[in-house]
Design a protein around this ligand. Sequence first.
Ligand SMILES: [Zn+2]
Length: 266
Amino acid sequence: MSDLVFLTEPEPPRGEAFAIAAGIRRLVAPNPGPMTYHGTNTYLIEGIGGTTVLDPGPDNAAHVAAILAAAGNVARIFLTHGHPDHIGALPALERATGAPVFAHTRGTADGAAIGLWTALHTPGHAADHLCFARADGVVFTGDHVMGFATSVVMPPEGDMAAYITGLRRLLARQDAVFLPGHGPPIDDTRGYTQALLDHRLAREAAIVAALAEHPHTPAALVGRLYPGLDKRLRGAAEASVGAHLIKLAAEGRAESAVGVWRPAAR
Ligand SMILES: [Zn+2]
């Protein structure tokens, strides 16, 4: 069991792209918040034929202008997933560049190779979530694995069983660095992923243990599992508990009636 230690960083530069790995720059969008940390990371990847923009970020004219100023010729656009904080700026960027877009919703399937990058379909946080991996072990992990916090897995789109499968998939790899959708790079790729996995399995075990004591509503489980929770994060916590309950129900380990959960009758 590894401890889950979140990665923090000082507020990054605003409105300017800065080097984060060989040939890769990071541009942090001006949408800070409890779910987005300092803001969404837009990455600019140098390559033959121009720059690949990974995750245009939120719908914000200043951010689009900063991308265009820093990127030069945009050869293509990668999307990790279709949430507004990642694709809000896509229409403006597509209009300005005419660059082709690679996303699960636009036909980029698991295992697809685009230049040096391979798409990995990693649903859980979002049904359409892709990571993009390079053979040298650089992986863009989007909101599947982030350093600053755990990923929100919010049903009905969020799928805890798929998310855990996706963590195990990354764990089986030997990657050098994860570049996430929010927050700083993650260097200890396997240790951190193992800690995320342990964290989810521990929470699942805590839910199973609570239900074994007496039936609980999801809200009561949140109160028990997340003491002292920031009120702004309560909705996400309830969604996460709900995602665990759906997984347990699918596995025949829990059941509900009129919103109250108990161990499944065997
Ligand atoms: Zn995000």
